[in-house]
Design a binder for this molecule. Structure first.
Ligand code: C5P
Ligand code: MG
Length: 191
């Protein structure tokens, strides 16, 4: 079976993942952006315990989220697309699921790690919260999500082959430089 090329985009809350992904999808027609969080939020009948977990910044069961992502991608895109998957894998259980199940459908070509300071992540979460109405865009939950990023996500990033990992700045003043760096690193073209 032909597999999708996959770029996993990881970083703390409001670290700049979405901004970079939108810019890439706007400029390269072969790329699509899937946000794990958005796929979960788009579920109409999400179990109340999962809604509570999201409100608290906790990570949902890997099989549930992983299945949703696989299903969503298979239903909407052909394998000629490069998938920018933002927010997965995020912890050890995600990582295990990623290696055993998702690898059947995806060839991981890169892990983009977006690095922003805690200050930037908190400030951006606060300003996003005013518009997003997301229950987890509060200072309290943002701090928990930052902690979970350092404690859970950082650990699993180190489990991947280091040649796959590309770390870039998510700070707003580096936005253009980061974009250029990523395009060059991924060797993207519109041909
Ligand atoms: O990536 P984003 O900030 O949109 O994720 C929002 C929330 O979605 C996370 O805080 C978590 O509750 C849930 N999520 C998850 N597993 C993932 C990605 C997101 O449970 N792999
Ligand atoms: Mg997001």
């Amino acid at each position: 079976m032909h597999k999708y090329k996959l770029i996993s985009v990881l970083g703390g809350p409001a670290s700049g993942k979405g901004t970079l992904c939108s810019k890439l999808t706007n400029n390269f027609k072969s790329i699509v952006h899937i946000s794990a969080g958005d796929v979960i939020r788009s579920q109409k009948n999400l179990a109340p315990e999962f809604i509570d977990m999201m409100k608290n910044g906790s990570i949902l069961p890997a099989q549930f989220v992983g299945n949703l992502i696989i299903q969503y991608i298979k239903e909407n895109y052909d394998t000629d697309k490069i998938i920018l998957l933002d927010g997965f894998p995020r912890d050890q259980a995600n990582y295990d699921y990623f290696c055993t199940e998702m690898s059947k459908y995806f060839d991981l070509i890169c892990i983009l790690v977006i690095e922003s300071s805690n200050c930037t992540m908190i400030e951006r979460t606060m300003s996003r919260g005013k518009l997003s109405g997301r229950a987890d865009d509060t200072v309290e939950t943002c701090l928990k999500r930052i902690e979970s990023y350092y404690n859970e996500t950082n650990k699993i990033i180190d489990l991947f082959d280091s040649v796959l990992i590309k770390r870039v700045s998510g700070e707003i003043e580096h936005e253009n430089k980061t974009y250029d760096e990523v395009v060059k690193h991924l060797n993207l073209s519109n041909e």
